[in-house]
Design a protein around this ligand. Sequence first.
Ligand SMILES: NC(=O)c1ccc[n+]([C@@H]2O[C@H](COP(=O)([O-])OP(=O)(O)OC[C@H]3O[C@@H](n4cnc5c(N)ncnc54)[C@H](O)[C@@H]3O)[C@@H](O)[C@H]2O)c1
Length: 271
Amino acid sequence: MLADGLRYFITGAGTGIGSGIARVAAREGAAVTIADLADEAGEALAEEIREQGGKALFVHCDVADYDQLKHCIDRSATEFGGLDVLVNNAGIFDNRVHPTPSLETMDPSHFRRMVEVNLIAQWMGAKFALPYLRASKNASIINAGSVAIFVAYPGGTIYGATKGGVAGLTKHLAVELAPDRIRVNCYCPGVTRTEAAALYIEQIGEEAFMRTNTAANLIPRIGEPEDLGNIVAFLASDRATFITGAIYLCDGGAMAWRGTMDLLGMQPASL
Ligand SMILES: NC(=O)c1ccc[n+]([C@@H]2O[C@H](COP(=O)([O-])OP(=O)(O)OC[C@H]3O[C@@H](n4cnc5c(N)ncnc54)[C@H](O)[C@@H]3O)[C@@H](O)[C@H]2O)c1
């Protein structure tokens, strides 16, 4: 199994992409710590994994809180006897800090909160995990990026700025931590089925959501949390020991070209 014996600490793992990462890692043999603000969802996921015979711990954690994040990483390492994989997954979108995000409506406090959660927390996680990762035989840090590293879209100005920072952070940490044999990589989801998507589907309907969000995908569906779980499980495993400083897209091919599926005579929503 890909994750046999590995100990993961995953932020924002109570729901969404993080929960997919936790499920795949646990299924592949890892002990997983689920760190999230959402207590109910996080506890339920840990329970689900334990019921299936896996090892899981939930810790309440605001990744933007220096002391809390440090405490949670220490607790995870104590519980499982060390740490091999830090997944800096927690992230928030502009509409999580302001209901109508724009240059006119938002102020620096909104920008700061997003930088704290999406970017500084990844750096802090690396800092607190470092002593444990140094002691691991296959250590890696895996950061959540986004297609917003590569393209812009409406309503994502601050988000895009923070995710651009994630790309730089990933490559620079890969350099800084190479002497410690700690690999640092990044995954970049395209539109993925999470709470945020569910909310949007509720507003505009499944058909319109699929049509607008798959139009540029060469693989005509949206992403599922476990698509990212599979990438993370690979990047953390001993099959990826030559991979560091890499940015992995998981977007159905949307970033590979500049077009929509109708150019190929295909109907994206119905495929
Ligand atoms: N869903 C997508 O389409 C998509 C696309 C590109 C990138 N991403 C990135 O993937 C990552 C996961 O996104 P998602 O869609 O699963 O998000 P989500 O909003 O569905 O879930 C995020 C989880 O993080 C938790 N969280 C939020 N703030 C936190 C904090 N301060 N401390 C601890 N936990 C916190 C939430 O409680 C939630 O459980 C993010 O970094 C996001 O930017 C997602």
